[in-house]
Design a protein around this ligand. Structure first.
Ligand SMILES: Cc1cc2nc3c(=O)[nH]c(=O)nc-3n(C[C@H](O)[C@H](O)[C@H](O)COP(=O)(O)OP(=O)(O)OC[C@H]3O[C@@H](n4cnc5c(N)ncnc54)[C@H](O)[C@@H]3O)c2cc1C
Length: 325
């Protein structure tokens, strides 16, 4: 006799909510996803509609390293399948303008140096190391088209019989109106959690503003350069063009495109991706602002139990992934 696994609600249909729902479905749970925004939609409050595998985990962040390692290994398997995932594994570079602990020992102390294939230190003179740069590495990294990837995750959930509701809830208990028999809810609301958690917790949440430009042509490589007061990146968006970035401004809610910043981003990216220039300029398709869902102390992955709608149910919080969704 097989035991039926409990029904679970996933609140949120970003990359975190959809992957959580798929994992639960594959484990045999029935799942209802409730969300305001869904794959195919673009909105500043829907961060996943904006992104490449680049670890954000530092040398002491063992949890972040585990997440990034598992994602990389999962995608290595996924990219081998002949499915429309929007995912590609391509050559990449990471360049530092000044010495950091990571650039010491030719990058050998970087925790992910043994994870990614073809990890190679770059020192001058090297055609991939721009003038003025201190040190770099080349390696294989993933770029993805988020809209294709989100649609892929949702279609996999649909194959497993997921139920969906489009709704903006004003409390976590509110989800049980749609799934009265559910044992609990996984809270994957990104920055939306600010409105749903207690005030002390909400104080820890803030946006880290990003601004990007989608341009024509697919860059040969993914490239990232870190300098004094700036971060510059070129990330192929398979089937759609290339994303140029960027910025990281903590606590900035501004959703308007800053044209001056766009000019600075494009000037820096001209050195990184000259193959995309037409008569010396990029062909702009669109510009966008995104909010990384940041949290002081790192992501919250924690279970609590509460009486909700007359029953003891669990809330599994799963938000605050900032720039490493
Ligand atoms: C410019 C930029 C570049 C980035 N680059 C990278 C990168 O290179 N690599 C990387 O790993 N990450 C990157 N990120 C970060 C990554 O995009 C995020 O960490 C990730 O998308 C967060 O996903 P999420 O599912 O937690 O949140 P979201 O995608 O914001 O999803 C939240 C979901 O919850 C729903 N929701 C919220 N509140 C409610 C409510 N009250 N009722 C109903 N539904 C609700 C929303 O509608 C949505 O469906 C980048 C982000 C930005 C902005």
């Amino acid at each position: 006799m097989t035991t039926k696994k409990p029904e679970i609600v996933v609140l949120g249909a970003g990359v975190i909510g959809l992957q959580t729902a798929l994992t639960l479905l594959e484990a045999g749970h029935s799942v209802t996803i409730i969300a305001k925004f869904w794959p195919g939609e673009e909105h500043v409050e829907y961060t996943s509609s904006k992104y490449h595998w680049r670890t954000h985990a530092g040398p002491d962040d063992l949890q972040g390293q585990r997440f990034d390692r598992e994602t990389y290994e999962h995608w290595l398997e996924l990219v081998k399948k002949d499915e429309d995932t929007g995912l590609v594994l391509i050559p990449s570079t990471y360049i530092w303008d000044s010495p950091t602990p990571e650039t010491a020992n030719s990058g050998a102390s970087i925790w992910w140096s043994t994870l990614v294939p073809t990890f190679t230190p770059l020192t001058h003179p090297h055609p991939l190391l721009p003038e003025g740069a201190h040190f770099g590495i080349s390696y294989q990294s993933f770029c993805l088209n988020p809209q294709t990837y989100l649609a892929y995750l949702l279609s996999r959930c649909t194959d497993h019989g997921v139920k969906t509701h489009t709704y903006e809830v004003d409390s976590l208990a509110g989800v049980f109106e749609y799934a009265p028999g559910a044992a609990g809810v996984v809270n994957c609301t990104g920055l939306g959690a600010i409105e749903l958690v207690d005030p002390v917790e909400a104080e820890k949440l803030f946006p880290t503003r990003g601004q990007t430009i989608l341009v024509s042509g697919e860059a040969e490589m993914a490239r990232l350069r870190v300098g004094e007061g700036y971060i510059s990146y070129v990330i192929r968006r398979p089937g759609a063009g290339t994303i140029l970035g960027g910025c990281k401004v903590e606590g900035d809610w501004n959703e308007e495109v800053d044209e001056e910043l766009s000019k600075e981003i494009m000037e820096r990216c001209k050195i990184l991706a000259p193959e995309l220039l037409v008569n010396g300029e990029f062909e702009i398709i669109s510009q966008q602002v995104g909010r990384r869902p940041s949290r002081r102390g790192g992501p919250r992955i924690e279970v609590e139990w509460k009486e909700m709608e007359g029953q003891q149910r669990f809330i599994c919080h799963h938000y605050g992934h900032s720039g490493a969704g």
